[in-house]
Unconditional design. Structure first.
Length: 248
């Protein structure tokens, strides 16, 4: 995304500079200038934009393939399994990308030279030369960046050995797995505790209901017992009353 944004702003900058040049010279309003140099301006703008395209797209692919091949070689040294055919695919792709990148420069130079020959426009020859020279210029800069990144990666590997990093990653994976199992066990225990609590609450509620029932039955029994005691007392009094005349 950053490279695309840089390319976009580069195009905008070129157009701004070109517009400023036309505005400062003041010749854009001249009919004679339009007749003699309009084709040069249009062709020069197109050639410049195309030069930016062939300097970026194919060479980015080529050096990205180099970077992937380097990472694959490091993975092979660490005995990390790769998908079958990946390394062979990148290995076969690199020379084709190189041929494609150089071919874009040569084809563009030949095309611009042919257009210049038939249109009798001298500015195309300059861009044809730029296309040929940039065939060496762009790989030199990109190769410098690639080599710098590769050395930086090797330096980081020496400072933080891959074996130590792999050991730490393995320990982290073990800790993550332990944490996951502990979390699952905790969730299971929480569910069991909640279920046990719910069952104990139901049992407590049922026990209270039973105690309330027994309490009511006991109270009824007591009331009945007191009523029977009063009846017995009355019967004894009646018997005693009946016995009193006979004794007299």
């Amino acid at each position: 995304m950053r490279s695309i944004a840089a390319f976009f702003w580069g195009v905008i900058g070129i157009l701004v500079v070109l517009g400023a040049w036309i505005g400062v010279t003041g010749r854009a309003l001249s009919p004679q200038f339009l007749e003699t140099h309009l084709l040069d301006v249009v062709m020069g703008t197109f050639c410049l934009l195309w030069l930016m395209v062939i300097l970026k797209a194919p060479w980015d692919l080529y050096f990205r393939a180099h970077g992937v091949a380097f990472e694959q070689s490091c993975a092979t040294e660490r005995k990390i399994g790769l998908e079958p055919g990946r390394a062979e695919y990148v290995k076969s792709l690199r020379p084709r990308l190189l041929v494609f990148a150089i071919g874009m420069h040569l084809f563009s130079a030949a095309l611009i030279t042919g257009i210049t020959y038939f249109s009798h426009n001298a500015i195309g020859l300059y861009f044809a030369g730029f296309y040929l020279v940039s065939t060496l210029f762009r790989p030199a800069l990109a190769g410098y960046g690639f080599l710098l990144n590769k050395l930086q990666a090797m330096g980081e590997e020496a400072y933080f050995p891959r074996l130590d990093v792999e050991t730490l990653e393995g320990k982290i994976r073990v800790l993550e797995e332990t944490y996951r199992l502990t979390e699952e066990r905790t969730n299971t225990l929480s569910e069991e505790i909640f279920r046990e609590r719910h069952e104990r609450e139901e049992e407590t509620f049922a026990l209270r209901q039973t105690l309330d029932t027994l309490k009511r039955e006991f109270e009824v029994a007591l009331s009945r017992a007191s009523t029977q005691e009063e009846v017995l007392t009355g019967l004894r009094a009646l018997v005693n009353f009946v016995k009193m005349p006979s004794s007299v």
